[in-house]
Design a protein around this ligand. Structure first.
Ligand code: NAD
Ligand code: DAU
Length: 339
């Protein structure tokens, strides 16, 4: 089964490429990525010469680029490519609508044209909106109620995927996963940002009271779930993926400080994110029961391993944080005065 993996130079995409080449090298892979600020071929340096792997630079919103990749022979499309950071979607929503909605529709057209065996959309729990502390976790039946430009664009993409199944009979699946953490995570996101700031004794900017809750899953558990859905998911179905690891942000930050032996005085409560979702929690009963998926990591083993990875991979993250990242950091945090 030849796979087109879009966004394979990003955080989850690059972990998925590694996962596939390690566990299922029989599937030829084309990694199709525009190499935006979030795409990094250094994350794939160790496998770039693997006989089952090939990289094609291209933009999912450009039908000609996509067609060029499809000509290589594709049985399954897995769409990881997206603008993925909520804070950036608040600064500049337009590119989120373009990449996440239009890009998905361009890929769906290519999938139809070439009669692929499966189109898998990597989506997010954020499309369900937010939960109060007493609400039950999101199931696949929870209505979509996105609150940020990012999550609205992901919900729009999900609806387009659904429509191509209903209207054209395209064999699709959608996976909706909770927050990932692990290696090759771009340092604009909570986990790597806090690890790297703590290592350098810089303030750790916690939004608002820090009591917002996320449901953390190690990225390799997510990748295994995606592969299972691609292989065995019933066409037209949505599968939630999550590990029952709800944690308040402030507790995640304190755990990172503890592992690194750094003081809690580094924590700085700053102005909250507008429209900040209070709590996410995933009910993953369906994928567990129907496809036999189980997470392998506990939060304690995963967080320790992740902090250790950043300690061992300074070359990777120091290159990522040069240049335009520092400009983004300055623009994002300069007005977030102490709360
Ligand atoms: P990321 O931002 O790290 O990577 C996105 C990748 O997509 C980059 O390599 C980038 O170059 C590429 N890309 C962006 N625009 C493109 C375009 N127009 N054409 C081709 N490539 C393009 O994102 P991530 O965290 O790895 O997320 C991957 C997917 O998983 C996204 O769809 C995201 O919505 C979803 N998701 C993420 C999480 C999470 O916790 N990170 C959780 C659930 C779902
Ligand atoms: O739930 C899945 C989603 O998880 C994915 O769809 C998104 O692509 C991914 O970015 C992630 O979204 P979040 O907004 O939850 O992740 P982020 O790492 O940006 O923030 C996690 C929490 O930490 C959130 O409540 C905001 C808070 N935060 C984040 C940053 C960057 C802070 O308190 N301070 C920060 O500096």
């Amino acid at each position: 089964m030849a796979m087109l993996i879009t966004g394979g130079a990003g955080f989850i995409g690059s972990n998925f490429v590694h996962y596939m080449l390690q566990h299922h090298p029989e599937h030829p892979i084309v990694n199709f990525d525009a190499l935006t600020y979030a795409g990094n071929l250094e994350s794939l340096r160790d496998i770039e010469d693997h006989p089952s792997y090939r990289f094609v630079k291209g933009d999912i919103t450009n039908p000609d680029d996509v067609e060029r990749a499809m000509q290589l022979g594709v049985d399954i499309i897995l769409n990881f490519a997206a603008e993925s950071h909520v804070d950036r979607s608040i600064m500049d929503p337009g590119v989120f609508a373009k990449t996440n909605v239009l890009g998905t529709q361009v890929l769906l057209d290519a999938a139809r044209r070439h009669g692929v065996k499966k189109y898998l959309q990597v989506s997010t729990d954020e499309v369900y909106g937010t939960l109060s502390p007493s609400d039950p976790a999101f199931t696949e039946q929870t209505p979509l109620a996105p609150n940020s430009p990012y999550s609205a664009s992901k919900a729009g993409a999900d609806l387009m995927v659904r429509a191509y199944h209903e209207t054209f009979g395209l064999p699709v699946n959608i996976t909706r996963c909770s927050n990932n953490y692990g290696p090759y995570h771009f340092p604009e996101k909570l986990f790597p940002l806090m690890i790297l700031n703590a290592l350098e004794d810089k303030p750790l900017p916690v939004y608002g009271d820090g009591l917002q809750v996320r449901d953390w899953l190690h990225v390799s558990d997510h990748c295994r779930g995606i592969y299972l859905v691609a292989e065995k998911g019933v066409p037209g179905e949505v599968y939630n993926i999550g590990g029952n690891n709800e944690r308040a942000n402030i507790d995640v930050v304190k755990t990172i400080l503890q592992i690194l032996g750094k003081p809690e005085s580094l924590i700085q409560h700053v102005k909250d994110r507008p429209g900040h979702d209070r709590r996410y929690a995933i009910d993953a009963t369906k994928i567990r029961r129907e496809l036999g998926w189980e997470p392998k990591y506990t939060f304690d083993t995963g967080i320790l391993e992740t902090v250790t990875w950043y300690l061992a991979n300074e070359k990777w993250w120091s290159a990522v944080r040069s240049g335009s990242y520092m400009e983004y950091y300055e623009a994002q945090y300069k007005d977030r005065v102490k709360a």
